[in-house]
Design a protein around this ligand. Structure first.
Ligand code: PAF
Length: 283
């Protein structure tokens, strides 16, 4: 694996196109590595970036303490036969950066973390400009993020194709996240209730859709209220739990069929997000 630190040295990647850009903040887990694997299966050259992006952290968030595990990350990437690792220096990457505003600022995480996605799209756009990847890979766990990237590529008529990798879960169903490392093993096990409840919510939604006497948007609201209480009983503090249209993140309407159940919670002081896409087109 070639490790690139300077923007000038990115020239080397031109010999190995098509490139699959996989932007990360490091502390790599199976979720990230599955994107590397997927890109290799598609005969692309994976280029992973590791950069803890200060622009996407709020003043009271965990930028300083965010886990930095470069040595371990390099080993994992070597094992996966990753082609390139880009480890830019903060000063070089941020100097003169064009600050962008992200859409969907009134929805989900954007409401709770003002400016977060502006920081994300600003840095990802910088990578797009420098690397001009043929493909970029993002995880479905960060649903709003991948939607914003999708929108950015489309609006700016960029030729980079977006591939969204499925959420990778541990053996109990907890979605992989670097922030899981802030929890003990037993807390991680307790946190896996998030996925179990998401599945139950999806089952209930299907029942509502089946029952023609029930209104879907009203049913969705009632289900969310019921599960917010269930989460709170188990010591989760809810940031949001919403059933929304997966295409535009708007509140679900009567005839919507492509729904997303999206959740963010604080558990033992750690913010966790997850989601489940729910296809109701069968009924
Ligand atoms: O998903 C992440 O880890 C970050 O938001 C990203 C895409 C690497 C941008 O800093």
């Amino acid at each position: 694996m070639k490790v690139i630190k300077k923007i000038d040295d990115l020239k080397i990647i031109n010999k190995k196109r098509p490139i699959a850009l996989i932007p990360t903040m490091g502390n790599l887990h199976e979720g990230h590595l599955s994107l590397v694997k997927q890109s290799i299966n598609l005969q692309l050259s994976p280029l992973v970036t590791i950069f803890v992006n200060p622009l996407q952290f709020g003043p009271k968030e965990d930028f300083e303490t965010y886990p930095r595990t470069i040595k371990q990350d390099k080993e994992s990437l070597e094992k996966e036969k990753c082609e390139f690792l880009f480890l830019p220096e903060k000063s070089e990457i941020l100097e003169g950066i064009k600050k962008l505003k992200a859409p969907y600022s009134n929805f989900l995480c954007a409401k709770k973390r003002p400016g977060h996605f502006d920081g994300v799209i600003t840095i990802v756009n910088r990578f797009f400009e420098l690397i001009k990847p043929e493909y970029c890979f993002f995880g479905q766990k960060d649903f709003q993020q991948q939607l914003i990237i999708h929108n950015h590529l489309k609006e700016n008529k960029l030729s980079t194709k977006l591939v969204v990798g499925e959420t990778v879960r541990d053996e109990n169903g907890l979605a992989m996240s670097s922030r899981n490392n802030y929890l003990t093993q037993s807390e991680q096990k307790d946190a896996s209730i998030i996925y179990k409840y998401l599945q139950e919510i999806a089952d209930q939604l299907r029942q509502v859709r089946f029952d023609s006497s029930k209104d879907l948007s009203m049913g969705a609201l009632m289900i969310c209220e019921e599960y917010k209480n269930k989460f709170e009983d188990k010591d989760f503090e809810i940031d949001y739990l919403e059933i929304i249209n997966a295409k535009n993140l708007e509140k679900s309407k009567k005839d919507d069929t492509d729904l997303l159940i999206a959740i963010a919670v604080h558990f033992k002081g750690v913010r966790l997000i997850d989601n489940l896409r729910c296809d109701l087109s069968f009924s």
